[in-house]
Design a protein around this ligand. Structure first.
Ligand code: NAP
Length: 289
């Protein structure tokens, strides 16, 4: 299966590129601003850019859209840019998919929910609180209504190996491994279900292999707030000093509202793949120290 992975220089796309390539699928992974050895340039917002891939020669059978503007507060303060980089970008990818009759995968988030009573199943009522959440909701709906064979994966709090090591867990691990004492200020009331990007890529591989469509929540059974997640990482470095100030989200004055009781329930996925095991944060940390 020829798979184009848009945003393969990032956390989710990079792990999809690794897993799908290992499974023997011919992959074309793209970057935008951060070139890597495994990716080629592609700007979703300029479909005719001279440096874009030669799509005719690759002729994708599946396009996985992992590209987005993911900085939630920036999206809140720059809604037009957020629309362009999430909704318009995805529209251009849907157009590309239509040209090749390709299946599409859209990577979405628990921010489509309001966090009143998570973790959430796929059919829970949506009510995004932020511009980011609203634009992700629009892009996932347009993907599902595109008439193409479409899959939407909702995820949250992704961690794991990535070239830039920029996810929360990787950054904290990096700091601790280098012997730098962390000084953390974190919300203690935002709960989510952290998931390892490698597990997520493996789950997506299975869904694609089996031709699944529709919405799937991908999550482990960890349901943690940021303080608990940080303490988990810190517990693997008992000698390391640190400071940690736990805050209420309401006191943090972040531009974008956050779902507080967020997170996702992967019951649908696990009922179709009962042998699948999500690894959990502890297992990832054990492999890293
Ligand atoms: N990480 C999480 O915790 C999380 C949670 C929920 C949902 N998600 C969703 O999962 C998806 C992937 O997130 P991620 O964490 O992997 O993000 P990421 O690491 O920031 O990667 C985003 C990717 O998109 C590419 N990109 C950005 N603008 C582009 C454009 N105009 N044209 C082409 N490519 C472009 C980036 O390229 P360069 O870096 O090369 O510029 C990068 O490869 C996003 O849709 C995000 O909303 C992530």
């Amino acid at each position: 299966m020829r798979v184009a992975i848009i945003g393969a220089s990032g956390l989710v796309g990079g792990n999809c590129l690794q897993v799908f390539s290992r499974k023997g699928w011919p992959c074309l992974g793209t970057h935008f601003g951060f070139a890597t050895e495994q990716t080629v340039y592609y700007n979703t917002l300029e479909p005719d850019h001279a440096q874009n891939p030669d799509w005719d020669s690759f002729a994708p059978e599946v396009i996985v859209n992992c590209g987005a503007l993911t900085h939630v507060d920036h999206c809140e303060q720059h809604p037009d840019e957020s629309f362009e980089k999430t909704v318009q970008s995805n529209r251009n990818i849907l157009k590309l998919a239509r040209k090749y009759g390709a299946r599409v995968v859209y990577i979405s988030t628990d921010y489509v929910f309001d966090g009143e009573n998570g973790p959430y199943t796929e059919d829970a009522p949506q009510n995004p609180l932020s511009v980011y959440g609203l634009h992700k909701q629009t892009a996932e709906r347009e993907t599902l209504e595109s008439g193409l064979q479409a899959l939407v994966l909702r995820i949250t709090n992704v961690y794991g190996d990535e070239i830039r090591g920029k996810n929360f867990v990787a950054r904290l691990l990096n700091q601790l491994n280098e012997g730098r004492a962390p000084e953390l200020v974190l919300p203690a009331d935002q709960y989510a279900t952290p998931v390892n990007a490698a597990d997520l890529a493996q789950a997506l591989y299975l869904l694609l292999k089996d031709g699944k469509t529709g919405v799937y929540h991908i999550a482990s059974t960890d349901w943690l707030n940021r303080v608990q997640l940080a303490l988990k990482v810190l517990s693997f470095f008992p000698e390391m000093p640190y400071t940690l100030r736990a805050m209420r989200t309401a006191d943090m004055q972040q531009p974008a509202k956050r779902p507080l009781f967020g997170g996702l329930i992967a019951h649908k996925f696990l009922s179709e793949y009962p042998e699948f095991r999500f690894s959990g944060v502890d297992m990832y940390l054990l492999s890293k120290i």
